[in-house]
Design a protein around this ligand. Structure first.
Ligand SMILES: NC(=O)c1ccc[n+]([C@@H]2O[C@H](COP(=O)([O-])OP(=O)(O)OC[C@H]3O[C@@H](n4cnc5c(N)ncnc54)[C@H](OP(=O)(O)O)[C@@H]3O)[C@@H](O)[C@H]2O)c1
Length: 270
């Protein structure tokens, strides 16, 4: 969704994800925002209508945000969030904290607080993110639209009604970039093992992943069909895939890995 003007915005936590989202809002024509973050790197987020303050106490009196984005680590929530209950009457809270349920966040901000829980991923830094969001009971249609516009500045957004889905979403799209980066690392290492010089191995692995992603983006075909198109019967790729797809290799370990991440996401909300 294209935005012409963003509302008064408060970002709590200007780290990797918060900083990436802020970059997207800037590109969309952010007029003004306040970032609360005590870290030294966060100071560089200041400028162009963005004020960075180290703590809640430093937020200028009278500032009335329409949206408060909660982007601190989940383990900080209990300590950090209660002060922000002050904005619960007027603002929609957008929490991107992994594993923190709407109920848990509501317990810190007030049970009537309007809360959207969202799970973005790091390609948000280049506006290619994917976010899945769920709206709490007190979120108005207008607040949901506002949250959608803010999240869309980081890439594609999908909404679900069942909050329980956020745990597998965290495992698949939240952590997903890490699995693709691991694949890139493994390809690079395997190339080196085959005697390919290190610089060429790095270039090959990176560009193969970038090229495959671009092909996926440009094509209407399923990933499976694109895979089959590379796989000649009895050829070299078929040999490699037979190893990777053997019972105890990729398919099984990947499913087990996603289950482990989903279980961890559930545990974080306990
Ligand atoms: N990274 C991902 O792939 C990803 C994906 C989806 C969701 N998330 C969620 O996004 C949230 C942030 O993750 P991240 O990777 O961006 O972490 P991060 O880089 O550590 O960012 C968190 C920031 O919050 C700051 N902070 C600490 N105490 C604060 C306070 N009292 N008030 C305001 N800011 C404070 C931290 O400063 P210090 O460094 O000084 O502590 C840091 O700059 C997490 O809840 C995570 O679950 C992350």
């Amino acid at each position: 969704m294209a935005m012409t003007a963003l509302p008064a915005l408060l970002l709590v936590g200007g780290g990797r994800m918060g900083g990436a989202m802020l970059a997207g809002w800037r590109e969309q024509g952010l007029a003004s925002a306040i970032v609360v973050d005590p870290s030294t790197p966060a100071a560089s987020l200041a400028g162009g209508g963005v004020l960075v303050v180290p703590s809640f106490a430093e937020i200028p009196a009278g500032f009335t945000p329409e949206a408060v984005v909660l982007a601190v680590k989940p383990q900080m929530a209990g300590e950090v969030l209660p002060a922000y209950a002050r904005f619960a009457g007027q603002a929609v809270f957008i929490s991107i904290m992994a594993g923190k349920t709407i109920k848990a966040v509501g317990a810190m901000l007030g049970v009537r607080a309007a809360i959207v829980r969202a799970m973005p991923n790091t390609p948000a830094a280049v506006r290619q993110g994917f976010t899945v969001a769920v709206a709490g009971a007190h979120v108005s249609a207008r607040q949901r639209q506002l949250a959608d516009a803010l999240l869309a500045a980081a890439g594609e957004v999908a909404w679900v009604d069942d909050e329980a889905l956020l745990d597998p979403v965290t495992a698949i799209s939240g952590g997903g970039p890490a699995y693709v980066f691991l694949l890139t690392e493994l390809m690079e290492r395997a190339a080196c093992d085959q005697g390919i010089p290190a610089a060429l191995a790095r270039q090959m692995a990176r560009q193969t992943v970038i090229g495959a992603a671009a092909l996926l983006a440009a094509s209407d075909e399923d990933a499976a069909d694109l895979r089959i198109a590379v796989t000649s019967p009895n050829g070299t790729t078929e040999r490699a895939l037979a190893v990777l797809r053997a019972d105890d290799a990729w398919p099984k370990s990947f499913a087990t890995a996603i289950q482990a991440a989903t279980t961890r996401s559930r545990a974080l909300s306990d």
